[in-house]
Design a protein around this ligand. Structure first.
Ligand code: SAM
Ligand code: SF4
Length: 321
């Protein structure tokens, strides 16, 4: 379906839980209350939503959270989504802690690709950033995804004064392994407001100082706004998602659904349309009307660069990234 600016909206991110087993300082530090379980949509309700979304042109779904793998039955839910007529691709975003445990089951259920969020390769720094001592498990998760041949991307968010110097080590994962590494600029959502965003242009500039001008990699690599480059000698590509320093809203193709059934058409603004009552009433026509309304009301662009204009007050963990 086209929105009123002519953008084709074909991608939906579904958050299946607001809970998480890590406590990333910019996303879900300690002390964030969790939503009661009865307010969280069931997998059957989410599947109904996916069917109606497919009916108006959604083709690709990302399962996210919180941490999606802490919700029991996540791999089977991937299988449910894969069987929805019209849905062509189902992918997952995870912190990777449980990926080694579930990679085989995810593969069996048809998962098309996985993104693992990983901001550092230093165990102490991992603890400082995430509040947990789990780097080894995440690295095992990367190995498991590769072992089961699930296409893999690493998502890294750099923080000034904490891990910004580590980008060359993170990037070199794409040299050593068959995976892409993407750098995501910190956005002023939730506790992310307390951090300064590092410009991806600067990383690209330094990469090009080392390797010379890099060729753009225009093969389709994912669902959205990342710009990819080939680096000589690397197995995978390096991608940049530059929400702050490279506005990509004119190409935005997505809507988001929170675990409680709020449809969000832009990350920046608090506006939501709740589809939960319609799902619980099994009113499929109303579900479709609400999806349609959310897409038609999708704003032209975010306004992250003007902090006062960012009206979203919730944490990224409750929205799904
Ligand atoms: N737990 C899963 C994970 O970590 O991949 C899925 C949910 S998490 C909210 C999705 C992504 O959002 C992660 O890559 C995380 O680094 C990113 N994220 C969280 N807060 C952010 C912020 N303020 N700016 C940019 N990215 C953010
Ligand atoms: Fe959890 Fe992902 Fe947020 Fe980290 S970024 S706290 S892993 S939801």
């Amino acid at each position: 379906m086209l929105d009123r600016y002519g953008r084709s909206i074909n991608y939906m991110r579904i958050s299946i839980t607001d809970r998480c087993n890590l406590r990333c300082r910019y996303c879900m530090p300690d002390g964030i209350p969790w939503v009661p379980m009865e307010e969280i949509l069931t997998y059957e309700e989410l599947e109904m939503l996916a069917r109606e979304a497919a009916g108006i042109g959604i083709r690709r779904i990302k399962v996210t959270g919180g941490e999606p793998l802490v919700r029991r039955g996540c791999p089977s839910f991937v299988g449910m989504l894969k069987r929805v007529p019209g849905i062509e691709q189902v992918t997952l975003t995870t912190n990777g802690v449980y990926l080694a445990d579930y990679a085989e089951e995810l593969k069996e259920n048809g998962l098309d690709a996985v993104n693992v969020s990983l901001d550092t390769l230093n165990p102490q720094r991992f603890f400082e950033i995430t509040g947990r001592d789990a780097l080894g498990r995440v690295l095992d998760g990367l190995d498991a995804a590769l072992q089961y041949q699930i296409p893999l991307k690493i998502n890294a968010v750099l923080q000034k004064g904490r891990n910004e110097e580590e980008w060359p080590e993170l990037a070199s994962l794409a040299r050593e392994r068959r995976l892409d590494v993407r750098f995501i600029e910190m956005m002023p959502i939730g506790h992310g407001r307390n951090y300064e965003s590092i410009a991806n242009e600067e990383i690209l500039r330094q990469l090009e100082m080392q390797y010379g001008p890099l060729a753009r990699d225009n093969r389709v690599h994912g669902n959205g706004p990342a710009v990819y480059y080939r680096v000589p000698g690397y197995q995978g590509s390096i991608g940049f998602i530059s929400a702050m320093h490279g506005k990509f809203c004119e190409y935005c193709n997505r809507i988001r659904v929170t675990s409680t059934g709020d449809i969000k058409s832009c990350l920046c603004f608090e506006d939501r349309i709740s589809v939960r009552d319609a799902l619980r009433a099994k009113d499929t026509q109303e579900v479709r009307n609400l999806l349609d309304l959310a897409i038609r009301n999708k704003p032209a662009a975010h306004r992250f660069e003007e902090t006062d204009m960012v009206t979203e007050q919730q944490e990224m963990s409750s929205i799904g990234g």
